[in-house]
Write a protein that binds this ligand. Structure first.
Ligand code: ZN
Length: 151
């Protein structure tokens, strides 16, 4: 278990140092802003959702702690190429894992990557850091224009 924790931490550090899909997406047709006042994490999420409801591209920018940045980075990797309907299923599974004792739903393709963030459930103050990107993604998909706050 300790080895696993260490491995998870390495993955989180790597995504924090070298976030995937980082930057503005000029052609985005969905976007949302998220803010976690508890920690000061802020991010803007951009998506291109095509006519068939597939997330053709997804990017984020912003600043925050390692957990929030790593979570956003891993989320964009996971959701790229998935349908918006699937994105809701990933959201539900991730949320259940981060806030409770549920394991990630491994029936969802690539979802096992998200397990690296399961450790946050032991640290209530970090749960919002990990879920911020997901709440923001859901807001972008649902087309809300108000910024998302975890409070
Ligand atoms: Zn944070």
């Amino acid at each position: 278990m300790n080895d696993l924790r260490e491995l998870y931490q390495e993955v989180i550090f790597d995504h924090n140092r070298n976030p995937r899909n980082f930057g503005k997406l000029e052609a985005a047709n969905r976007h949302a802003e998220g803010f976690n006042p508890l920690c000061g994490d802020e991010l803007t999420l951009y998506m291109i959702v095509d006519k068939s409801g597939i997330i053709a591209d997804i990017r984020f920018e912003g600043h925050g702690c390692a957990i929030s940045k790593a979570s956003a980075s891993i989320m964009t990797e996971t959701l790229k190429g998935k349908s918006v309907a699937d994105a809701h299923a990933y959201f539900d599974s991730f949320h259940a894992m981060a806030t409770g004792d549920d394991d990630i739903d491994t029936e969802l393709p690539d979802a096992e990557k998200l397990e690296v963030l399961s450790g946050v459930r032991s640290y209530p103050a970090r749960v919002k850091c990990a879920t911020l990107a997901w709440h923001t993604a859901r807001a972008a998909i649902d087309g809300g224009s108000d910024p998302v706050t975890t409070e």
